[in-house]
Design a protein around this ligand. Structure first.
Ligand code: ZN
Ligand code: FE
Length: 253
């Protein structure tokens, strides 16, 4: 299985998963159809499945056209079937979707939206996190509560640290500026910032990142860290308090 990164719109990433054994493909979060079609045609591929992490237009914008052109099946969260255009296969939290050689667990991670899910391809250690976990950041809380978002990130934190994280946007550099402000002594973060700048200077995506790296450098996964609590002047608060405070500060950053 290969994961191709397809830049879309301003700063979105869609992903095409190619099973080279039988030339079957999935697209994750097609923001728009054109770049997806371009890639498929260049590589003599057709599209079999469309996977959506959530209903925002920059993650489902290509659904209708791609389904029409390739008769691909649309796969999403059952609780959000009214908001995922053209949905065919509705999956529940914890359910495993298995078709052709694709095998992915669906994990419900509400917060950014109430119906947000991630796709965990556990055989390949690939996790598609949409707008919930970014490299060095997390999504804005649009529909859920702080607690829901916090718990969703906790679910992701429990996966193996070698898990590769494929998120919905190239926000890493901007996110890093927030992380370093409140976590300035973190050597892993400083190392990571050097690495992402190098990638961006070479016109490469900073994605995928790994869960292991994020656990060490992403401030939103480190709300139990006493230095960060100190920097925020809330050393007595819970991890959820710290997380909520960070999320508020980031919204106004
Ligand atoms: Zn979104
Ligand atoms: Fe988005």
């Amino acid at each position: 299985m290969k994961v191709e990164i397809i830049p879309c719109l301003q700063d979105n990433y869609s992903y095409i998963i190619v099973d080279e054994k039988n030339n079957k493909t999935c697209v994750v979060d097609p923001s728009e159809s054109k770049p997806i079609i371009n890639f498929l045609e260049k590589n003599n591929l057709k599209l079999n499945y469309i996977l959506n992490t959530h209903h925002h237009y920059d993650h489902i914008g290509g659904n209708i056209e791609l389904k029409k052109k390739y008769k691909a099946k649309v796969i999403g969260f059952n609780g959000d079937y009214k908001r995922i255009p053209e949905i065919d296969i509705k999956l529940k939290d914890g359910e495993i979707w298995k078709e052709d050689n694709f095998e992915s667990k669906i994990i419900h991670i509400p917060g950014h939206t109430l119906g947000h899910i991630c796709f965990y391809f556990y055989n390949e250690d690939n996790l598609f996190t949409g707008d919930t976990l970014f490299s060095l950041g997390c999504g804005r809380i649009f529909e859920g509560t702080y607690e829901q978002m916090f718990n969703s990130l906790e679910k992701i934190k429990n996966l193996p640290s070698k898990t590769k994280i494929y998120c919905g946007h190239e926000y890493t550099l901007q996110n890093s500026k927030f992380c370093i402000k409140y976590d300035k002594d973190n050597l892993e973060l400083i190392k990571k910032i050097k690495a992402i700048k190098k990638k961006l200077n070479n016109n490469q995506p900073t994605i995928p990142t790994t869960l292991g790296e994020e656990l060490k450098s992403n401030i939103f996964l480190r709300s139990d860290n006493f230095k960060i609590k100190n920097n925020l002047n809330i050393n007595k608060g819970s991890s959820l308090d710290t997380f909520s405070k960070l999320r508020d500060l980031k919204d106004n950053f």
